[in-house]
Design a protein around this ligand. Structure first.
Ligand SMILES: [Zn+2]
Length: 68
């Protein structure tokens, strides 16, 4: 199992888990937010993508709590 992160141009981030033991097929993954194709692969491996960061949450700044 190989795990890595991919980032779309729109700011969305996805974590991909690629299995070498399960058989899949070549394909592509499109961003669920903007529809861009983020990745394509030619290998017959099983891939699962999970959104870890959506663009509307990407740049939210949380102010630190005031010092005591
Ligand atoms: Zn996108």
């Amino acid at each position: 199992m190989r795990i890595f992160d991919v980032e779309c141009e729109c700011g969305a981030e996805y974590r991909c888990a690629e299995s070498e033991s399960l058989s899949g097929e070549p394909g592509s993954f499109a961003c669920t937010t903007c529809g861009r194709v983020v990745e394509t692969w030619e290998t017959a491996s099983k891939r699962v993508y999970r959104c870890v960061l959506t663009p509307d949450r990407a740049y939210v700044r949380i102010p630190p709590p005031p010092a005591p």
